[in-house]
Ligand binder design. Sequence first.
Ligand code: ZN
Ligand code: ZN
Length: 332
Amino acid sequence: MTPAEALDRVVHCLDRAHDGGFKAKAFVRAREIVRDLPPEELAERAERGTLTGIDGIGASTARVISEALAGGVPSYLAKLEAETQVPITDEGRRYREALRGDCHTHSTWSDGGATIEAMAAAARTIGHEYIVLTDHSARLTIAHGLDRDRLLQQLDIVAELNAGYDDFEILTGMEVDINEDGSLDLADDLLERLDVVVASVHSKLRMERFPMTMRMLRAVQSPHVDILGHCTGRLLEKRPPSVFDADRVFAACAESGTAVEINSRPERLDPPYELLERAIAAGCWFSIDSDAHATGQLEWQPHGCDRAAHCAVPVERIVNTFPAAELRAWTN
Ligand SMILES: [Zn+2]
Ligand SMILES: [Zn+2]
């Protein structure tokens, strides 16, 4: 294990534990520094004990680097590997085992912390057959959303990466913003080209019930939208759920074949149980997604799986249990 690999793995474990504190930031920084440093200099400094002389390398990051150079698994990493496993119930495991991919993931192209290649590599390691790359659309400037030109560039890069895999695929997609009038923040010709489109509300979440219902209805009825992302927009203990006529929206989802996302992010866990039950009753499709913004967060699907199990979502209604080809056929 090289120092860079060890630091990568530490960051991965801290991400899956949802640790965004100063320690996690220090390891992210150390990882960047080590990547840019000639390996000889790193080895020499480790030998002389002068790693902490590098700006951005502290005592804990230096120890991980030296132990990796000495040829073992750094002790801090070994501890993290054991302590940051994402828990899952026995009932949830049945769902997790049925999943073949993840339909909602971000990369450094928008507000994610890992490259497309790193996300794909991590997804393969946890056994996925595919991920859908769903970076944000242009309107979400705070998240460096992709405009037309950047999305076209990304599509070329994804095609190149896919040519290098034989047992894995990156499906193209976007998490497109649902505008206030329910239109979508991307032109039709591009929406048409993407394999999977997740549509989400990210602005004006406190809109009145009626206009919010109309807004969501228009979006889920679009022939281009495949998945309704984190439908209430709630952030636990931070932001209340949006208010809309869930029965009308879920009925429209069921009718137009738009899946309701079960979002696995620990601060979202969206939809709430009560709405999830109503979506099941409406006959909706579902997608259990991580909404990962870092490699470790790809391991969050167990949270959504536990919720699906709690409400007894029919496994055959979950679209990311489909192989990639079948998923693509379903979205078309
Ligand atoms: Zn979102
Ligand atoms: Zn997202």
